[in-house]
Structure formats: C-alpha cells, structure tokens
Design a protein around this ligand. Structure first.
Ligand SMILES: [Zn+2]
Length: 221
C-alpha cells in the first residue's frame, strides 16, 4: 500500500478538462463517466472507473443533519436506486460517521489538498462538490468519499429547495461512480445541472458504470 495519497479534487479546472474529453461519447446515448487522472510514474493519463461492489451494498451514507440534507440525500438515493433493474446500487443513511462510505457535509468544500474534486451546480442558490481520495498508483479509492452541499442563499429563497434537491442528486451520482460530467445540459450530470431528475442518458450511463469492470478498489480507513 502506498503511504502517500494524492487527494484528487474535482474542481472547475478539472471539470473543463474532463468535459473536453467527452466530446465523443463511448457509445451512443451515453457520456464518458470515467475519470482521467495523471499517471504516476510517467506522463499521460489513466482512465479510472469505479462502481460499488455488490458486497459493499448498501453503501453507508452519513449526512450532516441540517438544512434538511438527510431528506435530500435519502431522496437522491431513492432516485438513483430506481435507475437500476437489478439493484446494482443501494444506499442507506447511517448514524455513525466513522464507518460511513460516503460523508455529506453542509458548506463549501475546503482546500483542495491532493483530492480530485468535481465542482458542480454553480447556481446562485447552492453549490456542490465531491472529493475522491485516490492513491498515486491510481488503483485505490480511499473511503470515505466526501460530498459538500453548500446552500448559498437563505432558507426562504424560493430557489433553494429545488437547487439543493437536484444538486444532491448530482453529487450522489458522482458518489455512485459517475466520475465525469455530461456535456449535455439536459442531463443531471451536466456540470451546472438544471434538470431535476436523471435523464434517459444519465440512466443509461449509470447502468454502464455498473456493467464496466472497475479499475479502482475501495480501501477503508
Ligand atoms: Zn459534478
């Protein structure tokens, strides 16, 4: 096991690179969901894919209890579970953060450190980000995945609830294994999502994620 980890962070700059790479979808009606990460050693990029193993299900999600985030996350898990025909993905809320696979926090993501960050939902009302801790060899995804949901306006802002709802679905899409952004604004996995639910393309992409052998293996702390 490598002692040094590289915390890869999906940021705006990374997003732009990823979006440039997905101009040509891997198949019709899908978008590129895999993560292109710097290959160490040497130049170039590795293409990383991940999905939760059946033995890991249900994925345990701990959510900060504020701004109805637990409600939004529970609904987001329901939405994504409904995409699959054979329960390839399931998630559940847990009360113990120390054993959680995914941690959802309120607020802006902190300093990027060495993480891969996918920064999303740049609406005025709220924003989201998902941080993945991937080792330098590009083989390990170190848990937990950290998701940040940032209400940027007051609770009585008429746009806040729908922004939180669709942003949470978007970020949980990253947490289930869609590690890139759709180039199409009609998809919930578009970098700045506007639609409220996964589109047909999002659903087909999520299914493809779970029928592609993962290159990353989870490592628990
Ligand atoms: Zn995103």
């Amino acid at each position: 096991m490598m002692a040094i980890s590289r915390r890869l962070t999906f940021g705006a700059a990374v997003t732009a690179l990823a979006c440039g790479d997905i101009a040509a979808p891997v198949r019709g009606d899908l978008y590129e969901w895999r993560l292109e990460a710097p290959s160490i050693p040497g130049p170039g990029l590795d293409t990383l894919s991940f999905h939760w193993d059946r033995n890991d299900l249900p994925v345990r999600v701990w959510v900060e209890d504020t701004d109805d985030l637990p409600g939004h996350v529970a609904r987001a898990l329901d939405v994504w579970e409904s995409v699959f025909l054979y329960r390839e993905f399931e998630g559940t809320l847990v009360s113990d953060s120390t054993t959680a696979d995914v941690i959802v926090l309120r607020g802006a993501a902190g300093p990027k450190l060495r993480m891969k960050r996918l920064h999303s939902a740049l609406a005025p009302e709220c924003a989201g980000a998902t941080d993945l801790d991937i080792d330098v060899a590009n083989t390990e995804l170190r848990l937990p995945i950290r998701v940040f949901i940032d209400p940027r306006s007051l609770p009585d802002d008429p746009g806040i609830e729908s922004c939180l709802a669709l942003t949470t679905i978007h970020e949980m899409g990253h947490a289930l294994g869609i590690f890139a952004h759709s180039p199409d604004p009609e998809d919930i996995m578009f970098a700045d999502p506007e639609v409220e639910l996964p589109s047909a393309r999002d659903r087909r992409t999520a299914e493809a994620v779970y029928h592609t052998p993962p290159t990353l293996q989870v490592v628990r702390p």
